[in-house]
Design a protein around this ligand. Sequence first.
Ligand code: PMP
Length: 403
Amino acid sequence: NWEHVEQAPPDPIIGVTDAWRADPDPRKLNLGVGAYRTEEGKPYVLRAVREAETQMLADPASNHEYLPISGNADFCRLSRTLALGAGSAALQEGRVATVQALSGTGALRVGAEFLAQHLPASNPRVVYLPSPTWGNHKTIFAKAGFQVREYRYFDKASRGLDFGGMTADLSSAPPGAVLLLHACAHNPTGVDPSPEQWASLLQTTHDRQLLPFFDSAYQGFASGDLDADAASLRLFAASGMELVLAQSFAKNMGLYGERAGALSVVCRSKAVATRVESQLKLVIRPMYSNPPMHGAAIAARVMGDPRLNAMWKEELKGMADRIKAMRSALYRELTARNAPGDWSFVLKQIGMFSFTGMTRPQCELLVKKWHIHLTLDGRISMAGLSAATAPYLAEAIVDVVTS
Ligand code: PMP
C-alpha cells in the first residue's frame, strides 16, 4: 500500500541536530539548535522550574485528569498578563480570549486555523511573513489555507533591517491581510525594529487595516527583561486594535519538550472575546481534544508564585547575559584573527541567533571540515557557544570565509 510513498527530506532545523549526533568528531559543535545551553554545553533546567515541579509532586491533590479544552485557566490568565502587562486596558476590560496551546507552534497553528475559518468573508486569506522568517511559519499558514506572501525584512548589505522595503511592501498589502510580526529577537536574523520604527509600523498597520499576529517565542530572552521584550506587542495593543498573539515558554522557561504555550485573541469587547474563545475550542477539540497539563502547571506556578517568579527573572537575565557575553567573545576572537569585513553585527543582533551572511557553500564547509553544525542559511545559535568554543568557531569562520 505504501510503495509509492517517497522519502521526505529531513527538517532543515531538526535535521542539524541529527547530523551533529551522528558526527563522531570530538570537536563537533551544535550551533543549529534553538535551545539554550550552559557554558558546559549542557541543557539547562531552571531552578525555579525544578522547584515548581518538586512542589507539584509533593502535592497530594495532584492528579492526571483531563484539562478543559482551553487548558489550564490560571496558566492562560498569567500568560496573557505576562505578555500584555498588568496595566493593559484590553485585560482590564476582559476582552482577551486565551487558550493554552502546544507551545508556540501549536498556538500559531490554532490561530491560523481560527483566522481561516472566522475572518470576515471580505478579508483575503493572505498572510505577510518577514523575509526571511522561521521556516515553519510558511507551512503553518499554508496548511491553514492562507496564501503566503513575504515582506522585505533583512538587508543583506547592512545586515540590519530593510525598513524602507518593509514599509513599502506592507503599504501595498490588501486591507484585512494578516501581518505576522516577531515580537522580539527575530528568528533567524536577530534584527528587530527600533522603538521609532515600531511606532511607524503601527501606523502602517492601522492605515492598511492589517491584522497583526505577534509571534512571541523569546520574551525575556532578548534583553533579559520580560517587560522590555513585550514593548512592541504592548504598543500595538495600547492602540486599541484587534490582534492575535502566540506565546511560547520553550525558551524563556526552558520548557521546550513540555509544549507550554498560549494563544490569545485581543477583541473589541468582552462579549466578542467570549464568542471567540468558544470557537477556538471548536478548532482544538477535533485536533487534540485538550492540551497536556505538566508544562502549563509548572509555568503557572513559576509565574504565579512571587518567590519563584523572582527566581525565574534572575535566571532569565542570566541566560540573556550569557548569550550577550558569547556575542562579545565571538566578535573579539574574529577581530583578533582579522576576519575580513565588518563583524560588529554580531554584537548588535538580538536574541539567541546571529545571522552571519555566510553562504551555503561556506556553511557546508563549516560542517564538513570543522564539524560545526548549523542551518545552511548561515544562522548560528549563540546559546550553543561557550568561552571554550568561541575561539574554535572564529578560527573556522575565518577559514571558510577566506578559502
Ligand atoms: N516562533 C519562532 C520565531 C520560533 O523561533 C520558535 C521556536 N524555534 C517558535 C515559534 C515555536 O517554538 P515552540 O513550538 O517550541 O514553542
